[in-house]
Ligand binder design. Structure first.
Ligand code: RFL
Ligand code: PHB
Length: 390
């Protein structure tokens, strides 16, 4: 098989890249190791920056998002039961939209298949080759048969555990990262969210987040230990802990409905750079991971592929690789700022197990400062809704 851009992975990064390329007349094939049902069922992100929404609109896949997405003017922060509203619209005139990653994935898959685009689901033994040449290829097994896809370029959109990053020659890529001494337990429930806004909670019992997927589906998170066993968390315990962290005054609004999915996610920060080697370009979680507190992962993936698609378009129009050469530096500029914000927001709102008294006091002072300074709130708002693109 032959294509212009071979894409490994049909998460948001791969699907979005393929769709932007299609809108620009550039051919792509996506190779995905999981089934369509698995990809469409994976519960993950929920908060979209305005730039991500605009991108989905530009490529014509925002019909359902326009109808079902919930526009949020801001978020609430609750500190030991004391609730503060941060209004992004008032501070900087921007908003975010709540619309599940699962729904974006479904919309993109549907749009691609309807347009006759290719997604090779359930691909086995995926590998990438000849990255240092102008004829790279993706090898895989489809329905028991070996397939080689010859490409001009390969986009590694195969997430943190994918094969693309590890296919680069040793020493060609530098990695940076840290793990956190806690994890998030996430629960999706058939229940009315306790508030119209997201509530980020810091309490002495740990962090909690009240988010949603619709007016009747809530998506909530609890800070738990890094090695926590989900088996120790029956539904009642999750609801009880969420209520305790939110505090007596507000917890009466909690509608403890049926929990339909629950899982535990480790928290980490990670960057691999440069995000290119030869004709392989990394995008999304394949190149970087942020702790989910700042709601940046999916949005960064979208920003990467927006930039990569622009560079590929330039190449196919002019034959010049100049913009492709700038891809990694341009993407990383945004990635590091999102890393900074995500780590800052994580440390602001979580309880660190071994925190000393002095650090505790500094932490309190920082919270107090952020919530009382218009300059600090504006900076928070600017980062949360998404920094401007380069
Ligand atoms: P994905 O979504 O992991 O997709 C990668 C795809 O590659 C496939 N794959 C392979 N295919 C072929 N061959 C191989 N060898 C392959 N290995 C893997 C995988 O099956 C998969 O289909 O990466 P992508 O596209 O870069 O997208 C990144 C986002 O999924 C991720 O950053 C976000 O979900 C992060 N995130 C959030 N981001 C936000 O912007 N806003 C949020 O509110 C938000 N909340 C979250 C989150 C992530 C969370 N978890 C579970 C980590 C909340 C949570 C709890
Ligand atoms: C979510 O709705 O899944 C969500 C919202 C905000 C975050 C992380 C996850 O910061």
């Amino acid at each position: 098989m032959r294509t212009q851009v071979g894409i490994v992975g049909s998460g948001p990064a791969g699907l979005l890249l393929a769709e932007i390329l299609r809108c620009n007349g550039i051919d792509a094939v996506i190779v995905e190791c999981k089934s369509r049902a698995y990809v469409e069922g994976r519960i993950r992100a929920g908060v979209l920056e305005q730039g991500t929404v605009d991108l989905l609109r530009e490529i014509g896949v925002a019909h359902r998002l326009e109808q079902e997405g919930l526009v949020h003017d801001g978020v609430d922060i609750c500190l030991d039961g004391d609730r503060h509203h941060i209004n992004f619209r008032e501070l900087i005139g921007k908003t975010v939209v709540i619309y599940g990653q699962t729904e974006i994935t479904k919309d993109l898959i549907q749009a691609r298949l309807a347009a006759g685009g290719n997604i090779l689901f359930d691909a086995g033994e995926v590998s990438v080759h000849n990255l240092d040449t102008d004829k790279p290829s993706i090898n895989c097994v489809i329905n028991g048969s070996r397939l080689r896809i010859d490409c001009d370029f390969i986009a590694g959109c195969d997430g943190f555990h994918g094969i693309c990053r590890d296919s680069l020659p040793a020493g060609q890529i530098k990695t940076f990262g840290q793990t956190y001494p806690f994890a998030w337990l996430g629960a999706l429930a058939e229940s009315v969210p306790p508030s119209k806004q997201l509530i980020y909670v810091r309490s002495s019992r740990g962090f909690a987040l009240f988010s949603m997927r619709s007016r009747t589906i809530s998506r909530n998170y609890l800070q738990v230990g890094p090695d926590e066993d989900i088996g120790q968390w029956p539904d009642e315990r999750i609801w009880q802990e969420l209520a305790q962290r939110l505090g007596e005054e507000h917890s009466a609004c909690i509608d403890a409905g049926r929990i339909v999915e629950k899982s535990i996610t480790q928290m980490r920060s990670f960057v691999a750079q440069p995000m290119r080697h030869g004709r392989l370009f990394l995008a999304g979680d394949a190149a970087h991971i942020v702790p989910p507190t700042g709601a940046k992962g999916l949005n960064l993936a979208a920003a990467d592929v927006r930039c990569l698609a622009g560079a590929l378009k330039q190449y196919y129009q002019s034959g010049s690789e100049d913009v492709l050469h700038k891809y990694s530096a341009t993407a990383l500029n945004r990635v590091w700022k999102a890393q900074r914000f995500s780590r800052w927001m994580t440390s602001l709102l979580h309880i660190y197990p071994a925190q000393q008294d002095f650090e505790n006091q500094i932490h309190q002072a920082e919270l107090d400062y952020v919530l009382s300074s218009k300059a600090a709130l504006t900076s928070f708002a600017e980062n949360y809704v998404g920094l401007p693109y380069h």
